[in-house]
Design a protein around this ligand. Structure first.
Ligand code: ZN
Ligand code: ZN
Length: 286
């Protein structure tokens, strides 16, 4: 016969066991990770090479990334292919012709074959854990923008695309950056009012007209949150800046004081790159 009432001593023992189990769970996570690392040594996020810490890149994969460095456009951050164009406040021809609605944009990586190895699986392949290394590089490249931001918001996906992809990759980056900087993140601050066609080969002016008016500040209390504040808009890949510009226009129309942009990767301007190639490629005669 089994007694339905457990003796008090056994109750106390069970309680103590539960307490120590909880303590072991809380305190032992690090130890457990150590054991797991010993059994399954951490490997690079992109290949099978062994690395020191989980969630990092091996030296080989890291070396394939090119970071956006000076010189770049003071406004939109597009990398200048040669130091000849360098100088404080120098802007690229598109920014000079048609200043964007945002104040300053910066990106961590050049969008090329090296960074595509991180960006494409992150964006299209459910590899959401790649948000962490991307956000780390973004926090470094956009330190000044993060420091002055009062609010972070991602470039929104159209609801149909969000449904298909299940996550907004820009919102994952914005969430990580907001946590790092201790700033508020409003993932639904902006909404995409209409789906925009793939901007693909469209030129800068065409891109701007395709996305004009495509975004608005969402109703849910966002007007009040935006008013008078400096917003940092977060995106994964910035091409011509047309999308970021259209988002910035919507934020400014809703009363934002200013808008900056921080992207994981920036597509270099093909015209600037071609001009640099022409200059260095033998057009240098008298
Ligand atoms: Zn690797
Ligand atoms: Zn520019």
């Amino acid at each position: 016969m089994s007694g339905s009432a457990t003796p008090p001593a056994r109750n106390a023992f069970a309680a103590a066991a539960r307490v120590s189990l909880v303590a072991a769970r809380a305190g032992g996570v690090r130890a457990l990770r150590g054991v797991l690392d010993a059994l399954l040594p951490p490997h690079c996020l992109l290949c099978e090479a062994a690395v020191d810490a989980q969630g990092s890149l091996c030296a080989g994969c890291f070396a394939r990334l090119s970071f956006v460095t000076e010189p770049c456009c003071a406004r939109c951050g597009v990398p200048f292919p040669s130091a000849g164009a360098a100088g404080p406040g120098v802007v690229c021809p598109p920014c000079a012709d048609r200043p964007p609605a945002f104040e300053t944009a910066r990106a961590a990586l050049r969008y090329d074959a090296g960074s595509q190895r991180l960006i494409l699986p992150f964006k299209h392949g459910d590899r959401t854990e790649l948000a962490a290394p991307l956000a780390r590089h973004m926090a470094r490249a956009g330190a000044a923008l993060l420091a002055r931001a009062e609010l972070l918001a991602p470039v929104p996906l159209h609801p149909r695309r969000l449904l298909a992809r299940r996550y907004n990759q820009a919102a994952l980056l914005a969430a990580k950056l907001a946590r790092t900087a201790g700033k508020p993140h409003v993932p639904d601050l902006l909404r995409r009012r209409r789906a925009t066609p793939p901007l693909g080969e469209a030129g800068a002016a065409e891109r701007a007209s395709l996305v004009a008016g495509a975004f608005s500040v969402s109703r849910r209390g966002a007007m009040a949150r935006v008013s008078g504040r400096r917003v940092l808009l977060v995106d994964d890949v910035m091409t011509s800046g047309a999308t970021a510009g259209a988002c910035a226009e919507a934020l400014l129309a809703a009363g934002a004081a200013a808008v900056d942009v921080l992207a994981a990767a920036r597509v270099p301007d093909p015209r600037l790159e071609a001009a640099a190639r022409r200059r260095s490629g033998g057009g240098g005669g008298a």
